[in-house]
Design a protein around this ligand. Structure first.
Ligand SMILES: Cc1cc2nc3c(=O)[nH]c(=O)nc-3n(C[C@H](O)[C@H](O)[C@H](O)COP(=O)(O)OP(=O)(O)OC[C@H]3O[C@@H](n4cnc5c(N)ncnc54)[C@H](O)[C@@H]3O)c2cc1C
Length: 473
C-alpha cells in the first residue's frame, strides 16, 4: 500500500456520515457507506421494523426491477431479497364490461423479463440488516430529526417513541455531528427543509395530482392460493381513474385505487357503504366478490396524496446531500421511485470512490467530498427530472390507454421491432424497467424511435396507396 493509499484509507475510516431516515434508501446507503469503511450513524424516527413497526401510510408492496436489483447486488443482498419476490410477467387488463375476461399483455418480448412484487416491510428490514453487518454502522430508531445545521453538519434530533412522547414533556434534544449529513428522509425531508431555509436560491417545486390513492385487499383463497393470476400486475383502467393489484407471498393481493379527491364521483362524494358498494359494483365487478373486507378497508385505510418534488441543489458544500425521495419524489406510475432511490445510492457510492478524500493539505478529507456530491447531483438530477415526467405520463397510459386495442397493437409492434432489430430498437418501458440506461437518455431515445416508426408507417402507407392506384389505372 502506498503512503497516499494509506492516508486515504485512514481519512475514510475517520469520516463520519450522519444519515437521517432508514427507509428503503437509507438502509441501503448505510450498507454502501459501511462497506467502504466509513463511520455511519443512521437515525430513524420510527421504531425498529423488526419489532413490527410497519411503514404506515405507504404502499404495502412495490415493483422492484433491474435498477433496484443491480443496487442490491452491489451489497450482496439481491438474492436474499428476490427469494421473497413474486415475478410479474405482464399487465393483466380487466375490462370495464362485466363478464369480459381479463387480457394479458407481456412486459417484454423476452418472457424471462419481469418485474418483482416485493413487500416494503421485508425489504426495509433486509436493507437495514445488511447495513448492520458492518460494525462501523450504528442504527438509532425512535429519533426524529427536527433541524440540521448545514454549516457544521449537525442534526438536531428528539426521541420519537410513543413512550418518550408520553413520559417526557420536554424531550431531550440530541445533536449528531458528522463530517456530512445525508438526508434520506423521504418526500417531506427535514434535511431538505433546513437546506431550503439556509441556502440562497434553493430551488423547490412540489406538485400534487388531483388523484389520491387508497389501498385495499384481496385476501388469499380458502386453500391459501391466489384468487387471480399470480404472476401479473392487474390493472382495471377506467379512463380518468384506475385500480391496480400486486400479488403478495401469502396468497393475497394489495389493490390500490387511484381516484380523484374531488368531483361528482370521487373520494369526497363516496362516503356511505352503499355509495362505495355501488361504485365498486359498477367499475370493478369482477374484483368485488374477491374483496370481502372492501367496506371496512375503504373506511379505515387512509387516502394518500401523490406528489412530485423537484429541488436543486441536492448538496451543500461537503456537508450535506440528499438521496431518494428527499431529493426527487415521483408519482408511482412507472414503479421506479424506489428503484431510482437505490440507483442514487450506487451513483453516490461511485462518486465518493471516484473523488476520494484529499490525502494531504488543509482540505484533507473535505474538498473531494464536495466534488463527489456535486458530481452525484450532476449525474442524477437530469435523470430524476426525466423520470418525474415519465411517471406522470405513464398514469395516463395506465388508467386510459391500456384498455384500448391501439395500445395492445402498439405493444405488439414494439415487441416485433425489438425482436427484429435487437440492440437497435428498445421500447421505452423496456429501457426504463429492464436496463440501466439513464432515464433522460431512455426518454430521448424513445422519442426518436417513435418518430422514426411513425414516419416509416406513413411512408409505407403512401407508397402502398400510390402502387395500388398505379395498378388500378
Ligand atoms: C402508492 C405508492 C406506490 C409505490 N410503488 C412503487 C413501486 O412499485 N416501485 C418503486 O420503485 N417505487 C414505488 N413507490 C415509491 C417508493 O415508495 C419511494 O420512492 C421510496 O420509498 C423512496 O425511498 P426513500 O428511502 O427515499 O424514502 P422513504 O421510503 O419514504 O423513507 C424515508 C424514511 O425516513 C424517515 N424519516 C422521515 N422524516 C424523518 C425525520 N424527520 N427524522 C428521522 N427519520 C425520518 C421515515 O420514517 C422513513 O423511514 C411507490 C410510492 C407510493 C406512494
Amino acid at each position: 500500500m502506498s503512503v497516499a493509499d494509506f492516508v486515504r484509507a485512514f481519512v475514510e475510516l475517520n469520516t463520519k456520515f450522519v444519515l437521517i431516515g432508514s427507509g428503503l434508501a437509507g438502509g441501503l446507503l448505510a450498507a454502501f457507506l459501511g462497506r467502504r469503511g466509513y463511520e455511519v450513524d443512521l437515525y430513524e424516527r420510527r421504531g425498529d421494523p423488526r419489532e413490527g413497526n410497519t411503514v404506515g401510510g405507504r404502499s404495502i408492496n412495490l415493483a422492484l426491477s433491474t435498477r433496484g436489483i443491480h443496487a442490491l447486488e452491489q451489497v450482496g443482498i439481491a438474492e436474499e431479497v428476490l427469494k421473497h419476490a413474486i415475478p410479474m410477467r405482464g399487465r393483466m387488463i380487466h375490462p370495464a364490461k362485466a363478464g369480459q375476461a381479463p387480457i394479458f399483455t407481456p412486459y417484454d418480448v423476452d418472457p424471462n423479463k419481469h418485474i418483482n412484487s416485493i413487500g416494503r416491510a421485508a425489504l426495509n428490514t433486509t436493507v437495514i440488516e445488511a447495513a448492520r453487518r458492518y460494525p462501523n454502522v450504528r442504527v438509532h430508531f425512535n429519533h426524529k430529526c427536527t433541524e440540521v445545521d448545514i454549516d457544521s453538519a449537525t442534526a438536531q434530533l428528539v426521541p420519537s417513541s410513543a413512550e418518550a412522547a408520553v413520559s417526557a414533556a420536554n424531550p431531550e434534544t440530541i445533536y449528531a455531528h458528522g463530517d456530512a449529513v445525508i438526508g434520506v428522509d423521504g418526500a417531506f425531508s427535514a434535511v431538505r427543509q433546513s437546506m431550503q431555509l439556509k441556502i440562497d436560491n434553493f430551488e423547490y417545486d412540489e406538485s400534487y395530482l388531483a388523484h389520491g390513492y387508497k389501498e385495499l385487499t384481496i385476501p388469499p383463497g380458502p386453500d391459501g392460493s391466489w384468487q387471480m393470476e399470480k404472476n401479473a400486475l392487474h390493472i382495471w383502467p377506467r379512463k380518468s381513474f384506475m385500480m391496480i393489484a400486486l400479488p403478495n407471498p401469502d396468497g393475497s393481493f394489495t389493490c390500490t385505487l387511484f381516484w380523484e379527491f374531488e368531483g361528482p364521483r370521487s373520494f369526497a362524494t363516496t362516503k356511505s357503504n352503499d355509495d362505495v358498494r355501488r361504485f365498486f359494483d359498477e367499475e370493478f365487478s369482477d374484483a368485488v366478490p374477491l374483496m370481502p373486507n372492501l367496506l371496512d378497508d375503504f373506511k379505515s385505510n387512509p387516502t394518500g396524496s401523490l406528489v412530485t418534488i423537484r429541488c436543486a441543489p441536492w448538496f451543500y458544500k461537503d456537508k450535506v446531500a440528499l438521496v431518494g425521495d428527499a431529493a426527487h419524489a415521483v408519482v408511482p406510475f412507472y414503479g421506479q421511485g424506489m428503484n431510482a432511490a437505490f440507483e442514487d445510492c450506487v451513483v453516490l457510492d461511485e462518486c465518493l470512490t471516484e473523488f476520494p478524500p484529499a490525502t494531504a493539505g488543509p482540505s484533507r478529507g473535505g474538498q473531494d467530498r464536495q466534488r463527489a456530491f456535486a458530481e452525484y447531483f450532476e449525474r442524477r438530477k437530469v435523470n430524476a427530472d426525466a423520470l418525474a415526467d415519465l411517471a406522470v405520463q405513464n398514469f395516463i397510459e395506465m388508467r386510459d390507454k391500456t384498455a384500448s386495442k391501439t395500445f395492445r397493437a402498439k405493444k405488439k409492434l414494439d415487441h416485433f421491432l425489438e425482436a427484429t432489430l435487437p440492440g437497435i430498437y428498445l421500447p421505452l418501458y423496456t429501457m426504463v424497467t429492464f436496463t440501466r440506461v439513464p432515464y433522460a437518455q431512455a426518454a430521448r431515445r424513445a422519442q426518436v424511435q417513435d418518430f422514426t416508426v411513425y414516419v416509416t408507417i406513413v411512408v409505407l402507407v403512401v407508397v402502398l396507396a400510390v402502387a395500388a392506384f398505379a395498378l388500378l389505372h
